[in-house]
Every structure is written in C-alpha cells, then in structure tokens.
Write a protein that binds this ligand. Structure first.
Ligand SMILES: [Zn+2]
Length: 186
C-alpha cells in the first residue's frame, strides 16, 4: 500500500518539475538576454579592449546599420573602446542579426554562439539601446537592477544610455581598457 501511495506521488512531481523547467525557459526568453537572473560568467565573452569587429549580417538594412553604428559609437565614446563595424581583417568578431521578435523580446545575446540579435520591430533609438545592451552582455556585463541605478544593463532597457558606473564596471572586468593616464575626473 505504502509503495503504491508514494508511486502515485512520483508522477505529479515529475510533471511539476517539467513545468518548472518550461517556466524557467519562458523566463529566460522573457529576459531577452539568455542570462536570466544569473550572475554566473557567460560561456562566451569578448575582450572589448582588443581589436573587435561588430559584424552586421548580409541583408542588414541601412536604417539598421545606422542603429548599430550608433550603439558602437556609444560604447567607443563612453568607454574609450575602438570597436569597428565589419572589419574583415579583425579576428575577433561579434555577428549581429536583426530579426523579427515578439514585442517583449528586445534583443538577445547568445553566449553559446557569441552572437547578438536585435528585434527589428523596435524603433531606431530602441534598436541602438538594445544593441548597446546586448554588446554589454557580449563584453561580460550582467543585468543591473533598475532600482539600484540607471544603467544600459537594466533589464528590458530601451532608453537608458551607458552611465559612468557602467564604464567603471566594464573597466573593472577588463582593466586593460582603462586609460593609463589623463583619466578625466568626473
Ligand atoms: Zn540583457
């Protein structure tokens, strides 16, 4: 009797676990970045202090390239990086895709593939912010709670730019990015 009783429990528990896995997957998709709430290091990160090409895929439309160029310029100006778009001679490359996505899905950084995808349904400004955010993930940056401080890395961010703290965060992750002298005191 006892055996049968515990057996009858096993089945619903198994279903519950599968459901939990499904919910977790859904949440990962919702976060739009593939990192959920984890602070675990990404499997693939790119050193933004080394020569690094941000490569738009063939068929990317001019207005999408404009958004991507603005995101690249945003990081270069804020953090003193030298990211270039395309740059076939550069070994380290982050492929960028513009694709249709669900409205809640702004963008995605695949830490398996080392690729950035931006929802092309967003407007120009939103595409730029999203591309800069996803590139932040590619550099190893995790989400910053919006309640803690405004950041390009706020979850679901479509409007906040790279802050001084974001640059500090990047420089602490990649110290060699930091200018050795003439650091302006903000
Ligand atoms: Zn994100």
């Amino acid at each position: 009797m006892l055996n049968r009783y515990s057996l009858s429990f096993r089945s619903p528990r198994h279903i519950h676990c599968s459901l939990a896995a499904l919910i977790a997957l859904g949440l990962a998709a919702l976060s739009g970045c593939g990192d959920a709430a984890s602070d675990a290091p990404f499997d693939t990160v790119f050193n933004p202090c080394e020569p690094l090409a941000i490569v738009a895929q063939a068929g990317t439309r001019p207005e999408q390239l404009e958004s991507l160029d603005a995101a690249i310029a945003m990081w270069n100006q804020a953090a003193g990086l030298k990211l270039v778009r395309d740059g076939a001679d550069i070994e380290a490359q982050i492929p960028v895709y513009f694709e249709d996505g669900a409205p809640f899905m702004h963008g995605f950084y695949s830490q398996d593939l080392g690729t950035v995808t931006v929802n092309q349904k967003l407007n120009a400004r939103e595409r730029t912010i999203t591309a800069a955010h996803e590139l932040g993930h590619a550099f190893g940056l995790h989400h910053i709670d919006a309640a803690a401080r405004p950041s390009i890395m706020n979850h679901g961010n479509l409007s906040r730019e790279i802050s001084a703290e974001d640059v500090e965060m990047l420089h602490s992750l990649w110290p060699q990015c930091q200018p050795s002298e003439d650091t302006p005191n903000a």
